[in-house]
Design a protein around this ligand. Structure first.
Ligand SMILES: Cc1cc2nc3c(=O)[nH]c(=O)nc-3n(C[C@H](O)[C@H](O)[C@H](O)COP(=O)(O)OP(=O)(O)OC[C@H]3O[C@@H](n4cnc5c(N)ncnc54)[C@H](O)[C@@H]3O)c2cc1C
Length: 366
């Protein structure tokens, strides 16, 4: 079978390319994904209780860019939602990121904004922190570092902050006012009927065919095409010939409770106690009404063959290896490497939209 474009991966990056090629250029597109669904890590679905959940962890869309918001807005209405998170520490539930209220609750004080700022200024001891621990202590002092960051980082990355590069926490989000929203972006929300529904609308075209449950390597030799858009893992494309890139993984334990509400906020962080880092209650993100509620307990863990690659581990080895693979990728013709796996980098959704639209316009829409 002949297609103009083959796209590996039905995540946000792949779907944007499919939509643009099909609708703007009238090209015949084949999307291949090894999973049994489209949507990549944004995939959401109604579980057995009829509650809409995010299979790969909570996703909140936010952007400052009007064009990014408007592009997705062609395919969905929005559930307007402002995210705020609390952390469960020392027997309190306090706002996170740390703000004036967090400090005053934990220290049983009544500091003003100026007094809190001068406390923070007093913690600074170096212009050149040597590792992540020093980088955080330099900004918030020992007590807040121990309370919010130390054990959390060990759970999240499996590594002591002393072993992590200072860059990983170059700017700890601390607010000296009482602002409790997690994000400041101008536009925030979730697709009203869910991410999967939005992405189905994006690829609703007679020009687009989809093949699920298929590793592209199993079929690609039998497919004719002019362009390949690759959003799968960078090292896998090259058969790991230079070595494997490392990832951190997550496991989500799903539990449904016979009650309308489970916790005060959609996300509650547990930096110190328990093996999980946070609990997400989906109804509080999506605004769905239901007499029961479903939550995810989120456990970070090592990446292996049985789980998913989530976060790139940006140590020196992986940075060098990634650059070597990207150099090889640049020598290939008629193939675009794009997305969190193919570029081995963390991308928020709005960054993916911007990068995919930009790359499409520069390469294929001149
Ligand atoms: C826990 C978590 C929470 C997040 N929350 C947010 C958030 O709140 N807000 C935000 O803006 N961003 C969030 N993100 C980031 C967001 O998930 C990414 O921006 C987005 O998923 C990137 O899309 P993508 O298309 O690059 O990758 P993916 O969604 O991973 O798509 C890649 C696709 O390629 C497929 N594939 C891989 N290998 C093959 C193969 N060999 N053959 C065929 N198909 C293959 C995969 O199955 C996958 O479907 C979060 C990320 C994580 C890990």
């Amino acid at each position: 079978m002949k297609y103009d474009v083959v796209i590996v991966g039905a995540g946000l990056a792949g779907i944007i390319f499919a939509e643009r090629f099909a609708n703007l250029k009238d090209k015949k597109v084949l999307i291949i994904d090894k999973r049994n669904h489209i949507g990549g890590n944004l995939y959401d679905y109604y579980n057995y209780e009829g509650i809409l959940i995010h299979k790969y962890g909570p996703h909140i869309f936010r952007t400052d860019k009007r064009d990014v918001w408007d592009y997705l807005g062609k395919f969905t209405d929005w559930h307007y939602y402002q995210h705020s998170v609390v952390a469960n520490v020392k027997g309190f539930q306090v706002p996170f990121p740390i703000n004036l209220d967090t400090y005053n609750i934990l220290f049983n004080t009544n500091l003003s904004q100026e007094e809190f700022q001068s406390k923070l200024d007093g913690y600074k001891f170096t212009d050149d922190p040597k590792n992540a621990e020093e980088a955080v202590v330099n900004q918030v002092g020992h007590y807040l570092y121990e309370t919010f960051f130390k054990a959390y980082t060990i759970k999240q990355w499996g590594t002591d902050p002393k072993e992590l590069h200072a860059d990983t926490v170059s700017r700890v989000p601390v607010r000296t006012d009482k602002e409790s929203r997690y994000f400041y972006h101008k536009y925030q929300g979730l697709p009203l009927l869910g991410y999967t529904d939005m992405m189905m609308s994006m690829i609703d075209s007679k020009n687009i065919s989809i093949m699920l449950n298929t590793d592209y390597k199993d079929i690609i030799d039998g497919v004719e095409f002019d362009e390949l858009i690759y959003t799968g893992p960078l090292d896998y494309y090259f058969d790991y010939e230079l070595g494997e890139l490392d990832y951190r993984s997550l496991i989500f334990e799903e539990r449904t409770f016979e009650q309308e509400s489970f916790q005060s906020h959609s996300v509650v962080n547990y930096p110190n106690n328990y093996d999980y880092t946070r609990i997400t209650e989906y109804k509080k993100l999506t605004g769905q009404k239901h007499h029961k509620t479903t939550v995810h307990f989120e456990y970070p863990m090592e990446h292996n063959e049985a789980n998913e690659p989530y976060y790139p581990i940006l140590n020196e080895r992986n940075k060098i290896l990634k650059n070597k693979y990207l150099e090889k990728a640049r020598t290939l013709n008629n193939i675009t490497f794009i997305g969190r796996l193919a570029e081995y980098r963390y991308y928020a959704m709005d960054e993916i939209v911007e990068s995919a639209l930009d790359s499409f316009n520069k390469k294929f829409n001149r």
